[in-house]
Design a protein around this ligand. Structure first.
Ligand code: ARG
Length: 511
């Protein structure tokens, strides 16, 4: 608003008030969305009637997503066992998910009551968690392209070998590397990524356990796998619990019962031998051939509704973070120009820390450390919004500060001479003009946040990118779902830019 005529001033004030009301309403809505929903991925603690199991559903046939009619569901050998135990012990089961290397931290942070993820009880892990008895023994294999002839550990000399980060296969590969010279390890987050890297020729081979290797080799006929005989039972699976958990004993009793009554045998036949004879899991069209990209988008058509479901989540995440970040950034910018030294220092140190460290690092810290530090079981969604608010607040504070300082001095003087109080002057006169001027910068920030929101996939929020990864893992394909996700992001960003330029035009006209 500018100082021109009195009449205009009153009219503008009303409009400003309306705009402010709308703004406040949107913020309250954002907060409501933030704290209202999305608790579905958080865990409960031991002793409740509902127990939370956490898993890493990138590991068919142990656990993977099945998408049917746009609905996703985690299914697999481990899930069937968990459901059997649930019936036997009479609790309700909630299933949460994360990358494999986040599972033990999740137990330690009390986000889950137990882990079932084809996890092998190793001595190092035993230091941090308790394990049930082993319910399935598996062996490690070398997966490589058929033409490569890499079948034995000795063949791996001078080669690049892929493993899943934080798994026993990573350790076993290291063991092999002690004996076989010149092996270079490459750690990746998910098994499907490892397979993709072999196909791309960026790694020569991978260490993967037998039942899992089987599924991937069936879906990719140019690959082969060979059991490594020297590492025996290298990959037995057991259930992991937080240290000292009361659940170990009752769970062991049920597992033992399942061994005795043949239920385990039946389930392993169902998941592991079906895998041997039939088409690869959920893959209903032929796999891509070895050379070239060979894109075939028909393969993801049934999964499109599922990927699209990530959109509202990505949008509500981005908008909540932008609005809260705008508030926080405005507060910080006031600290900076307030002339009160401690406030200024605080805001400057704050900004330098949040601009000086990676967003991904901040995100993992907030997500994993909050329950331990405060006892509050922050959900992945909340952790995401909180981190993005803190982070974008730092960036926005600089933009807003610049915007405020660029407002014509005359505006300050006119307001003062009319006896408008400082807060009123800022809120009514200076800030609206500053915001109008920095609108393009704020739009840039929003676009950045929209795309960076894909980072929350790493802590398990199933937004657009994560949905695409899930579809990829499920179908043993890689590029089609990712390209589709890229297209969605692009359309969203275009829509956003379009809306922003319309808003900008409108604001200019109302000058
Ligand atoms: N058995 C191996 C381990 O404990 C690999 C398990 C990987 N599981 C998964 N869901 N990705 O290290």
């Amino acid at each position: 608003m500018m100082f021109s005529s009195k009449k205009r001033q009153r009219g503008t004030l009303n409009r400003e008030q309306k705009k402010r009301r709308l703004f406040l309403f949107t913020v309250i809505l954002a907060i409501a969305i933030l704290f209202g929903d999305y608790h579905s991925t958080i865990a409960s603690s031991v002793g409740k009637e509902t127990l939370t199991m956490i898993t890493s559903p990138d590991y068919p046939p142990y656990e993977f997503y099945e998408t049917k009619d746009g609905e996703r569901k985690i299914v697999g050998f481990d899930i069937d066992i968990a459901n059997y135990i649930k019936k036997e012990l009479g609790f309700k089961l909630k299933i949460a998910q994360s990358d494999f290397n986040g599972l033990i931290p999740a137990l330690q942070a009390n986000r889950a009551d137990f882990v079932m993820a084809g996890m092998t009880p190793t001595p190092q892990r035993r230091e941090n968690v308790d394990f049930s008895i082993i319910y399935y023994e598996a062996q490690d294999t070398i997966v490589a392209s058929k033409s490569s002839n890499l079948t034995k550990p000795e063949d791996l000399s001078g080669k690049i070998v892929g493993v899943q980060l934080g798994t026993i296969q990573e350790q076993n590969a290291k063991q092999i590397a002690e004996k076989v010279p010149n092996i270079k390890l490459k750690q990746l987050n998910k098994v499907p990524e490892i397979v993709q890297e072999i196909k791309a020729g960026r790694i020569d081979a991978a260490i993967v356990e037998d039942t899992v290797a089987l599924g991937f080799v069936k879906a990719n006929p140019d690959l082969q796998f060979n059991v490594i005989p020297s590492i025996e039972n290298a990959s037995g699976s057991a259930i992991a619990f937080p240290k000292g958990s009361q659940l170990v004993k009752p769970f062991n009793d049920v597992l033992q019962k399942m061994k005795n009554n043949g239920e385990l045998e039946r389930l392993s036949k169902k998941w592991f031998s079906a895998n041997l004879t039939e088409e690869p899991l959920s893959t209903n069209s032929p796999p891509a051939a070895s050379k070239g990209l060979n894109l075939d988008f028909r393969r993801i058509i049934p999964d499109i509704p599922f990927i699209l479901k990530g959109i509202p989540l990505t949008l509500s995440f981005t908008l909540s973070s932008v609005f809260l970040g705008l508030f926080w950034g405005t507060a910080l910018s006031f600290f900076k120009i307030s002339g009160i030294k401690p406030l200024g220092w605080f805001a400057n140190v704050y900004t330098s820390i949040f601009r000086g460290t990676p967003l991904l690092l901040q995100l993992s810290l907030v997500y994993f450390a909050t329950p331990q530090l405060t006892g509050y079981d922050i959900s992945a969604f909340q952790a995401g919004v909180f981190t993005f608010t803190l982070n974008s607040g730092a960036y926005m504070s600089e933009t807003i500060r610049g915007g405020i300082q660029a407002v014509d001095k005359g505006q300050f003087e006119a307001a003062m001479s009319m006896g408008v109080s400082y807060p009123m002057m800022m809120w009514d006169i200076i800030l609206p003009q500053a915001l109008k001027n920095i609108l393009p910068a704020l739009v840039n920030e929003t676009i950045g946040l929209l795309k960076d929101s894909s980072l929350v996939a790493t802590i398990g929020v199933v937004e657009i990118l994560r949905s695409a990864q899930i579809v990829g893992a499920n179908k043993y394909i890689y590029f089609e779902p990712l390209l589709f996700a890229g297209l969605i992001y692009y359309v969203l960003v275009m829509g956003l830019s379009f809306a922003a330029s319309a808003l900008e035009r409108k604001l200019r006209r109302s000058d």
